[in-house]
Design a binder for this molecule. Structure first.
Ligand code: FMN
Length: 331
């Protein structure tokens, strides 16, 4: 599936420090049909940083992968998006949802919701690259819970180049909550996202926030053009494969053995350049809710910085193969 087709999107949220290229490679193995997003990268990091390549490079197998950008200057946005096109990304996304103090200081992220005209301009700058453009935003700011304001925001922005809105279905609080708390508080309002779809049927409206089980996913899927999953995708990656089953995109979950073999092949390609902890850190949820989860975590805790990910995975696969049954893995 490529970005731009009429299909509904199942996607994995951009998550700073989590959805790096190794994590995305792993999630792609788990979920062939989803759209993956990078961590947020700021335009100064790309345009002025010492090593933009580090932020932008990815493996072709990750596609479709969308670059999420943070910033508030149209010209820098346009230049960054052109670089994104040169690197081969499937789309660019503007962060209008992050409430962290550092991001607020840079006057981008969620505080851009106060200036829909600027968001429209930034989206226009992104579109100069020719890539599909989306924005990821909140319902509103602080304690102002007002659907009409949200609708006006979407109306203003969609008068420009952006026709794809990914809505994290809760307000961003710029004061009084840290970003982690602000992913739990205030309450979610999925119904507002469905209402946006009813009010703006021509736009692509994607729901994000709090989807953690197949029942909620299947229900919300009917009402919008896509669902983006964040923490549940990272903490219990096989949920993504379960989502594909629920949505009729595959018949059964992938085998863990197969996933580990594929990852080993990937790690062999990286050799010395991929130390074990850099890959192992993304695998902690692989046995989530399954027999052997404790054993699995103990294995992961042995990943050492001096070891390559390839050697580590070889060792892990051998250890698992010596356990004949899930019951043995409990020991
Ligand atoms: C560790 C972490 C890092 C995040 N970093 C970003 C980010 O870089 N850009 C962004 O738009 N949202 C970021 N988010 C928010 C998620 O994309 C998502 O909107 C949020 O977690 C709600 O979805 P969920 O309930 O499915 O997790 C982050 C969330 C987490 C947990």
């Amino acid at each position: 599936m490529m970005i731009g087709q009429a299909d509904k999107y199942l996607s994995v949220a951009p998550m700073l420090d989590w959805t790096d290229r190794h994590c995305r490679y792993f999630l792609r193995l788990v979920c062939p049909s989803c759209v993956l997003y990078t961590e947020m990268v700021t335009t100064p990091a790309i345009l002025l940083g010492r090593d933009p390549h580090r932020y932008l490079e990815f493996s072709p197998e990750e596609q479709p992968v969308v670059l999420q950008l943070g910033g508030d200057e149209p010209e820098a946005m346009a230049r960054s998006a052109i670089l994104a096109r040169e690197y081969g990304y499937s789309g660019v996304n503007l962060n209008v949802g992050c409430p962290s103090p550092r991001v607020q200081k840079g006057r981008f992220g969620a505080c851009l919701m106060q200036t829909p005209g600027l968001v429209r301009e930034l989206a226009g700058a992104l579109a100069e690259s020719g890539l599909p453009v989306s924005i990821k935003h909140r319902l509103g700011l602080d304690r102002t819970e007002n659907y009409d304001l949200l609708a006006r925001f979407v109306e203003t922005v969609s008068a420009g180049a952006c026709q794809h809105f990914i809505v994290h279905a809760r307000n961003a609080w710029l004061k009084g909550l840290n970003p982690a708390r602000n992913r739990q508080v205030p309450p979610l309002r999925w119904d507002w996202v469905a209402r946006l779809k009813t009010d703006f049927p021509a736009l692509r409206i994607e729901l994000n926030g709090g989807i953690q089980n197949a029942g909620d996913l299947a229900q919300q899927w009917q009402k919008v053009d896509g669902v983006m999953i964040g923490r549940a995708a990272y903490n219990q990656p096989l949920f993504l494969a379960e989502a594909e089953v629920v949505l009729g995109r595959r018949d059964r979950l992938p085998e863990v053995d197969w996933l580990l073999q594929q990852l080993e092949e990937y790690a062999v390609r990286w050799g010395e350049k991929l130390p074990a902890p850099r890959l192992a850190r993304h695998l902690h949820g692989l046995y989530h809710g399954r027999p052997g989860a404790g054993y699995w975590r103990r294995l992961l805790s042995t990943a050492a910085a001096q070891e390559t990910a390839a050697d580590f995975l070889r060792r892990v696969i051998l250890c698992l193969s010596r356990k004949n049954s899930p019951a043995e893995m409990e020991v």
